[in-house]
Design a protein around this ligand. Structure first.
Ligand SMILES: [Zn+2]
Length: 313
């Protein structure tokens, strides 16, 4: 890995870890606070200060649409809801395609499937492929999955901070109002890129940067490093300073009985159909029956990120 990239990972990771603001620019590239301030000073000197998201790449993307063919007359309330929701997402996808590369989307019976890519960090030797499922029916939320792609292989980004059991991204807790359906899809995708960056930092630097939550003892024992933020309900500092010592003397059998039955025995991975879609294989589209649904989860965990929003784990 390039020395400059490694240095940038450390700088941005420190921003996230110590609560400083980070930024996303076109293509979903994460930018450190110091880098952004440098750019703003230069822009000020030229009297053309840009905003973070105005540095656009020419990314018209590729869009494909497939009608479900299931519309029936007379139109029910559900059909009207679906139609309005679909129009909303299609408008937002236009904006998303300007900011993100290689975007295409396909309309299915009950959702819109979206595939797009991001380099996550300038100069990184791989890209990330994201698959988003935008629901067209009431009561459902967006699901998303992410994979690293380096031209040789597609590798799922996980398992930390992904949902059980389908391995979908857990980038925020929707109960905390970080993002709701109707908000910008660009803002949502930026959060997913920040989440992917945290994975990159965990891989390179060996720990998850920034606040996080894990209410179950076993989860902390299995995943947490001493220097990470503690994830208990009342965290105070790092894991080493907070719960590590009490977790070490906890009854592991009891901790396992509390955690494993609720969390698919700690097994999570994306459905094969999602990975195929990530590779650009549109037929057949992933089906609901393939996807274990998040609504079956008993709890959702929370991580606050540097910009003051939240990530669920
Ligand atoms: Zn704690």
């Amino acid at each position: 890995m390039d020395q400059y990239v490694e240095q940038n990972i450390r700088i941005i990771g420190a921003d996230l870890h110590y609560g400083r603001t980070t930024f996303a620019e076109a293509g979903g590239l994460i930018v450190s606070q110091s880098e952004m301030f440098n750019r703003m000073e230069i822009a000020d000197a030229k009297s053309t200060r840009p905003s973070t998201r105005t540095w656009k790449r020419p990314a018209p993307g590729k869009r494909e649409a497939r009608k479900s063919g299931t519309a029936t007359a007379p139109r029910s309330n559900a059909a009207v809801f679906r139609s309005k929701r679909c129009a909303l997402f299609v408008d937002q996808l236009e904006e998303l395609a300007v900011e993100y590369d290689q975007l295409f989307w396909v309309e299915d019976v009950d959702c819109i499937w979206v595939r797009l890519t991001s380099n996550v960090l300038a100069g990184l030797d791989r890209s990330a492929v994201f698959v988003l499922r935008l629901p067209l029916l009431p009561g459902e939320f967006v699901s998303a999955w992410a994979f690293w792609f380096d031209a040789l292989a597609l590798t799922w980004i996980g398992p930390r901070h992904t949902n059980f059991p389908d391995g979908s991204i857990c980038a925020f807790d929707r109960r905390h109002g970080v993002w709701s359906i109707g908000d910008s899809l660009v803002a949502l995708q930026d959060l997913y890129c920040q989440w992917a960056f945290r994975h990159l930092h965990n891989e390179v630097e060996g720990f998850w940067p920034g606040p996080q939550c894990a209410y179950f003892t076993l989860e902390r024992i299995l995943e947490f490093k001493p220097e990470e933020h503690c994830g208990c309900r009342r965290p105070s500092g790092t894991y080493a300073d907070c719960c590590m010592s009490s977790d070490k003397i906890a009854d592991v059998n009891l901790a396992a009985r509390e955690f494993l039955p609720l969390h698919n025995w700690n097994i999570r991975k994306p459905p094969v159909s999602i990975a195929r879609f990530a590779l650009g294989d549109l037929e057949p589209l992933p089906k609901l029956s393939c996807l274990p649904f998040q609504k079956k989860l008993r709890y959702r965990l929370l991580t606050s990120c540097a910009s003051g929003c939240f990530s669920e784990c």
